[in-house]
Ligand binder design. Structure first.
Ligand code: SF4
Length: 293
């Protein structure tokens, strides 16, 4: 699917959006819709497994430890400002992204750096509101449709488009999935995704010491919360003044205009702060094969 406009028109024929997307894939790419649904089911199961393993093994990254556990403790003290759903989504996202940093097995949806956001939103939704596996699977398929539009019109690579293309795209996919889970229209799905993308336009990729930890892990957590708000806004009838496809085109143009320092080179942003440079130096001393400044 190349556009949100196309996605909306495909869903107007009485099919649910997930089914419309699968049928489109079948017609255009020749992939059997039933097999595609099964393949997406294995990804969904792998996401669930990644949460179980992340919360059970509690491995830490090189620089980042157990933020998900800290957040869980804080929530249990009933002192939180946010509601249970965004907080649980954030907690899962932090845990899974940390598990990725510790070389755990995750689902790169759409990338390894942004791997916590979708599992956080989908499985926190199931925990808090209840949902059948089929509903979550439909939401995952819809999130894939959103991701495909972004991939085809822009990019999903931090090295090309900055973090707006990784955590931003994952947040947009998650916002679309939540709108779908709540029974929103295809138009609302597109606008939920667009509202999220607009709020992270220009987000740079600046991994400290080149590791997918700082700021990546916390961005997974925070953008999960943003996706919940974007979905609620879209479900409330709020629409992006700039049409969703134009938002993605703007994201692509911004990504192309980003200096190289802000596209995964670990030479700008937080990576270039005194602390970021010091952490890079420490790591280089421990592993001399890492390129020095
Ligand atoms: S900062 Fe860069 S490496 Fe980290 S998640 Fe974002 S795009 Fe990926």
């Amino acid at each position: 699917m190349r556009s949100f406009a196309g996605m909306i028109s495909r869903a107007s024929g009485g099919l649910s959006l997930d089914e419309a997307l699968l049928r489109w894939e079948e017609e255009k790419e020749g992939t059997d819709a039933r097999r595609l649904r099964e393949a997406m089911g294995t990804r969904l199961d792998a996401m669930e497994r990644s949460i179980v393993e992340a919360e059970e093994y509690r491995r830490s990254g090189r620089f980042v430890g157990h933020d998900g556990i800290l957040l869980g403790r804080y929530v249990s003290q009933s002192r939180s400002l946010s509601g249970p759903f965004p907080l649980r989504a954030c907690q899962i996202a932090l845990a899974v992204a940390t598990y990725n940093a510790a070389m755990g097995r995750i689902v790169a949806a759409p990338t390894a750096g942004s791997c916590g956001i979708l599992p956080g939103l989908l499985f926190a939704y199931r925990e808090i509101f209840g949902a059948e596996r089929d509903q979550l699977l439909g939401a995952l398929i819809v999130s894939g449709g959103v991701g495909e539009v972004i991939a085809r019109r822009a990019t999903l690579a931090g090295a090309e488009g900055g973090c707006q293309a990784e955590c931003g795209a994952a947040g947009a996919m998650g916002a679309g999935a939540l709108v779908f889970l709540r029974g929103g229209t295809a138009e609302a799905v597109a606008h939920g995704a667009a509202l999220l993308l607009k709020s992270v336009l220009g987000l740079i990729c600046d991994p400290v010491a080149g590791l997918v930890e700082v700021p990546c892990i916390k961005r997974n957590g925070l953008i999960s919360g943003l996706a919940v708000a974007a979905a609620d806004m879209a479900l409330a009838g709020i629409r992006s003044v700039i049409p969703p496809d134009e938002v993605v085109d703007a994201m692509a143009a911004v990504g192309r205009a980003l200096p190289e320092a802000f596209r995964e080179t670990a030479r700008g942003g937080l990576a270039a702060t005194p602390t970021g440079r010091s952490l890079r130096k420490t790591l280089a001393e421990e592993a001399p094969d890492l390129e020095e400044d």
